[in-house]
Write a protein that binds this ligand. Structure first.
Ligand code: AHM
Ligand code: MG
Length: 355
């Protein structure tokens, strides 16, 4: 009897130890495990990820109180370089990313959706070896209705110089990214990242103030049921995209999901499979999404998870931008679903060539 009790308590203790182990896999510990090194480079990447996580915590804290505090919601009254009305939260989040990197010695320059030109942190520049490219609040039209939004980030090694301030040295393909990820501000706050060794998701435990490992080595299904696209643009698309949507409507097994915020839509596809599309339209032939801080970081993640990202004719990761805020059509998700969309585009261009 005494032995049975002892065994029981041993099992309980083992279960507790496992739970504790899981709770102790914080983002910073995970990053070091991924890098398998304590080299200066590994320490830098770890410090970078910690600062990004800190930015995520600041933004999440503000968002959870947005309806309660003055000056959190609504527009600033100005228009950004993209011609879009700027929200107060866009500016707050943009500044948070800048301020967490001050005096870090890590990042000399940051480029974001909200800034026409890259921002320099002069005190970091003598030693800062990395550039951070980010979208501080993606899907900001969701803000005023208390729906999910996200932040997207990408880290690149700083290369060359930016003598004329045009950031020419940043205009390189997505395979130059050394890390990428996003923070999803939903019912809970999640950080999903990759350093080129799989995709891993963390949930913010607000009581600890730590991102705790939730899913390791996420793989996107080869094919999935979701198609995620703003069908309001149907008559603005090329015939090939309309044909693809007609195909989806006529076949069983598809379901539409579109939240109007890329991070949330992408997150769902990462876990359940399917495809997200933001194709070009008549008004915007290159679509809406920006290559460097929206499409390329998510392309990096989806490839790491075994999926694909395409413009329709080229892998997103291979696209070399000509300017900082360049837009690109985006088709991203499960391999088979992306290939199916591409097959419609290919067929259309074959028909055009034959006529
Ligand atoms: P934003 O970065 O200015 O918020 O714009 C990007 C957002 C994406 O999150 C989302 O996928 C898309 O715009 C939605 O656009 P639309 O309202 O045209 O469907
Ligand atoms: Mg955006």
């Amino acid at each position: 009897m005494a032995n049975a009790q002892n065994e029981q308590s041993l099992e309980d203790r083992l279960a507790e130890a496992q739970a504790l182990d899981r709770d102790c896999t914080t983002l910073s510990r995970h990053v070091l495990q991924q890098l398998q090194s304590f080299s200066p480079d590994a320490q830098d990447i770890s410090a970078l990820m910690n600062r990004i996580a800190l930015a995520g915590k600041f933004i999440a804290r503000r968002l959870t109180r947005a309806g309660l505090v003055e000056d959190a919601l609504g527009f600033t009254g100005s228009v950004n370089v993209q011609g879009e009305s700027v929200k107060k939260m866009d500016i707050f989040a943009n500044d948070v990313f800048i301020s967490v990197f001050k005096q870090s010695g890590l990042v000399c320059r940051l480029a974001s959706e909200e800034m026409e030109k890259p921002y320099y942190i002069p005190e970091n520049c003598p030693i800062g070896r990395y550039t951070l490219v980010y979208d501080p609040i993606d899907g900001s039209s969701n803000l005023d209705t208390n729906l999910n939004v996200g932040s997207i980030f990408s880290i690149r090694q700083q290369e060359g110089t930016d003598e004329d301030g045009t950031a020419l040295d940043l205009l390189q393909h997505g395979r130059k990214q050394i890390a990428a990820g996003y923070i999803l501000y939903g019912p809970s706050t999640m950080l999903v990242y990759s350093l080129g060794t799989g995709v891993h998701a963390f949930t913010l435990d607000p009581s600890l103030g730590e991102f705790i490992l939730a899913n390791e080595n996420i793989t996107v299904p080869e094919k999935g049921p979701i198609y995620s696209v703003n069908e309001g643009n149907f008559w603005q698309w090329d015939d090939s995209l309309r044909d693809y949507i007609r195909y989806v409507h006529r076949h069983e097994g598809y379901t539409a999901r579109y939240g109007g915020a890329l991070v949330g839509d992408f997150h769902r596809i990462l876990f359940t499979g399917g495809v997200f599309l933001y194709p070009g339209t008549i008004k915007k032939p290159e679509g809406k999404l920006r290559l460097l801080y929206e499409s390329a970081p998510l392309a990096y993640l989806i490839e790491q998870a075994g999926g694909r990202a395409s413009t329709g004719t080229q892998d997103i990761m291979d696209v070399v931008p000509e300017e900082l805020h360049q837009r690109t059509p985006l088709i991203i998700g499960s391999k088979e679903d992306v290939a199916l969309v591409e097959s419609f585009i290919k067929e259309q261009s074959r028909q055009v060539t034959n006529t």
